[in-house]
Design a protein around this ligand. Structure first.
Ligand SMILES: NC(=O)c1ccc[n+]([C@@H]2O[C@H](COP(=O)([O-])OP(=O)(O)OC[C@H]3O[C@@H](n4cnc5c(N)ncnc54)[C@H](O)[C@@H]3O)[C@@H](O)[C@H]2O)c1
Length: 262
């Protein structure tokens, strides 16, 4: 299903090695975009790049730790050197460990804030500056979470980072609107990725229940009673990155099988 909505555009996807990031990278490639994948896991990211190229697009992998400002600045330079000016940025890289607040260490707090919040800031600042300087009316899509408004127990710091990203994105939209740049969040519900597998393992062990039972309970909280697929987040990212999304900004769009409506 190839279309040309993102033809001749260069999209950077952070955390694109696996999971939702891979789903977004391959979906935007189907719409014609060339893709730079930023990730700390370059080996797995190379598999995503190969999938992007299967769709006839060009892909490159750049090793970037989004929590490191110098790394992000250098990564953006390399992205532009390799595939040209950047039209779209998807801030997808994230971490989540399930830890009750009373057991949460300062190190875990800082680690989540560094990747999920500061990483989004660094990438928006660098790519946003590039878009403004180059006069590109681009789009920025931040992958937050339904955990921003309806988190599970154990998501104290995760929910803090994701709610922060939703607020940050509204400010970003207001500041970049005059340059024709849009900024939005997608808030996924439960999507079938390695992160969710890890969440199931941690919580099943903690609660002393089977992973299948825990998953069934989680899915019962979704109107559509199933996990989302990474590609389904990719569909909405593609819309927001395309001309069809150019009058949407500052939004946080739930793509969650109805989780936030239960
Ligand atoms: N899976 C879900 O149900 C779900 C729901 C809501 C929101 N999200 C969000 O979607 C995003 C992707 O989630 P996922 O489930 O695909 O996760 P995942 O753990 O499967 O993949 C995350 C990717 O980010 C990369 N990454 C981690 N730290 C990084 C860093 N410092 N710099 C660069 N890359 C880094 C990892 O290497 C990996 O490739 C995350 O922001 C997550 O919070 C996921």
């Amino acid at each position: 299903m190839r279309d040309d909505r993102l033809q001749d555009r260069h999209v950077v996807v952070t955390g694109g090695a696996q999971g939702i990031g891979r789903g977004i990278a391959t979906r935007v490639a189907e719409a014609g975009a060339d893709v730079t994948v930023f990730d700390v896991d370059t080996e797995t990211a190379a598999e995503t790049a190969a999938l992007v190229e299967d769709h006839g697009s060009t892909a490159q992998v750049v090793e970037v730790d989004v929590s490191d400002g110098d790394d992000v600045a250098a990564g953006v330079e390399r992205a532009i050197d390799g595939l040209g000016p950047i039209h779209g940025l998807v801030n997808n890289a994230g971490i989540q460990r399930s830890i009750p607040i009373l057991e949460l260490s300062e190190e875990e707090w800082d680690a989540h804030m560094a990747v999920n919040a500061k990483g989004v800031f660094f990438c928006c600042r660098e790519v946003g500056s590039h878009m403004v300087e180059a006069g590109i009316e681009g789009s920025i899509v931040n992958i937050a979470s339904t955990g921003a408004t309806r988190p599970f127990p154990g998501q104290g710091v995760y929910a803090t980072t994701k709610a922060g990203v939703v607020g940050f994105t509204i400010v970003l939209a207001k500041e970049l609107g005059e340059h024709g740049i849009t900024a939005n969040c997608i808030n996924p519900g439960t999507v079938d990725t390695p992160m969710v597998q890890q969440w199931l393992e941690e919580n099943a062990e903690r609660a002393g229940v089977a992973e299948e039972d825990l998953l069934e309970d989680a899915l019962d909280l979704h109107v559509l009673d199933r996990m989302g697929q990474p590609r389904e987040i990719g569909h909405v990212a593609t819309l927001l990155l395309s001309d069809e999304g150019e009058w949407i900004t500052g939004e946080a769009i739930n793509v969650d099988g109805g989780y936030t409506k239960m």
